[in-house]
Design a binder for this molecule. Sequence first.
Ligand code: TXA
Ligand code: MG
Length: 316
Amino acid sequence: MENPTETEVLGPQDVARAAQLLRAGELVAMPTETVYGLAGDARNPESVAAIFAAKGRPAHNPLIVHLDSLDAAERFAALPAPAHKLAQAFWPGALTLVAPLRHGHGLAQAVTAGLPTVALRVPAHPLARALLAEFGGPVAAPSANPSGRISPTTAAHVMAGLAGRIAAVLDGGPCPVGVESTILGFEDETPVLLREGGISAERIATVLGDAPRAHSGAGISAPGQMLSHYAPSAQVRLDVSTPRDDEIWIGFGPDCADAALSLSPSGNLEEAATTLFATLHQADAMGRPIAIAPVPRSGIGAAINDRLRRAAAPRD
Ligand code: TXA
Ligand code: MG
């Protein structure tokens, strides 16, 4: 690295310091209810370039812009009617909406990777909300991990991946939801599911009347959904009920009492989402191949299975 910096570890009392760093164009990892985000001023091209550089992220993969309210979101994008309804139901929370940029939005062009749309989210975590309020502007924040690796759900995960590459991490403890936000785009006014996440398709259907359409690859662009992602260094096998002797077995539910680690000993999907990335980080540190028990696909189980499939996918 050209300019090694000492990464400051900040606490809840240091929100003003974190906001000051953002105003100075620096990067600060912030806790959200889903995963830690690598925050930078979304209007500052240098901050946005620094986010891509710190993560080693391909430039074609756009960032989510975090805001403190639906009113603020409407200044940046024209939300279609169903987006408005979903924002009212789920913001602040683990939902990201992709909508056409408004003229004069003022965001750095690299945030959207040159697309005519922008991904917007109002996070619920109290420290993220405090930082957004104190900063008073749009914050670009991808997950705070090196590109392609396991997402961070603690400040220690952030430090393990990015220490020396970012100005600070705001430590808010473990993230309660544990998987990233659900991303919805709109084709005309029809909601299209671009990424499964913290708000399940079932919950979205209770608001819209119908489940969002699955993304077909046609129509709207969903860059950045790489098949290999969230990847530990070790090899990963899925849906394993009988692990090999050399494998670290990650269980789910009471049938996996012999497992070295468990996503949820009682078989609770919300708990499994919360523990997912920390368990993968932990298993990876044990330096052996990883085998993971089957996890049901209902509710937030869809997002868990999506992340597991990418963690197990062949690498380049
Ligand atoms: O929960 C989350 O969403 C976390 C926290 C920090 O908020 N953030 C997160 O960001 O997961 P990231 O960068 O890891 O994932 C952002 C995703 C990428 O898959 C990207 O391609 C997609 O959002 N995205 C961003 N802008 C888009 C756009 N205009 N159209 C389609 N997809 C977009
Ligand atoms: Mg990510």
